[in-house]
Design a protein around this ligand. Sequence first.
Ligand SMILES: Nc1ncnc2c1ncn2[C@@H]1O[C@H](COP(=O)(O)OP(=O)(O)OP(=O)(O)O)[C@@H](O)[C@H]1O
Length: 292
Amino acid sequence: MHDPHFNWEHDPILEVQHVQMRFGGLVAVSDLSFQAGRGDITALIGPNGAGKTTVFNCITGFYKPTQGMLKLNLSTGAHHLLERMPDFKIAAKAKVARTFQNIRLFSGMTVLENLLVAQHNPLMIASGMTFLGIFGVASYKAAERESYERAVYWLNKIGLYDRADDPAGDLPYGAQRRLEIARAMCTAPEILCLDEPAAGLNPRESAELNQLLLDIRKNEATSLLLIEHDMSVVMEISDHVVVLEYGTKIADGTPDEVRNDPKVIAAYLGVDDDEVEEVEEALDEAVEEAQQ
Ligand SMILES: Nc1ncnc2c1ncn2[C@@H]1O[C@H](COP(=O)(O)OP(=O)(O)OP(=O)(O)O)[C@@H](O)[C@H]1O
């Protein structure tokens, strides 16, 4: 069915295997398996409550799945079993970063400070974790310069160089979203998980976001995994789409494959399986009418 050369099949950065997440009696995610390809933009979609954020929380270590395995394959050849790692190690060692549905910038800090603070860990390591190190050690100076250069690189990428000294909270909403992504990118992640990055954006801001994500895919060694409700974003920029409904996977493939999958159409329109054909016919008629 698929082209065997798809990244998610021959070079997965993330392998989710038979993951289950239970909250008391509620099974939020059930026997979920999928792979995200290295260098791909993978979209996780599905109706409200399908379990998408729960999957993200399992990947980033906020939840430990009740069953199953989440394997991260780094470009160095190292492998990490995320379900066995504390969340701070998932960020630092497995190089997984994330953004949230609600923007979580340090709004009182400047735009530049937000990018520098993201790089606090490598700086502290370079200081040898000592007070003297901060003042004297050459490695700290070099690391400090690198942090600054990386921040400037991202300021230019997101078009906010001129606003570097403004408080992040003063930026328009779309710019704050881009800054949040840039801040996550300053940690040089191998995979970045974006929770509804296009939510609340106007069409121009949404187009700028798409450009930024496509630029990351092209120029950075970071794979992207996103939850998104905005189908225009999903269809325009994703290489691979995984669809969840009621905590289980109902489709997995290219945007075209998924778009035409009757199960996906039914899930989004909220109909039962036996009504799918009717819905498809109604959709075909609607398309024909629109074309006339
Ligand atoms: N900490 C929790 N405790 C109990 N139930 C939870 C918890 N987190 C999520 N759930 C439940 O798990 C199910 C899946 O929720 P989740 O937030 O993962 O869905 P989602 O697909 O991200 O939805 P949305 O698109 O609305 O963000 C829901 O029924 C939700 O109420």
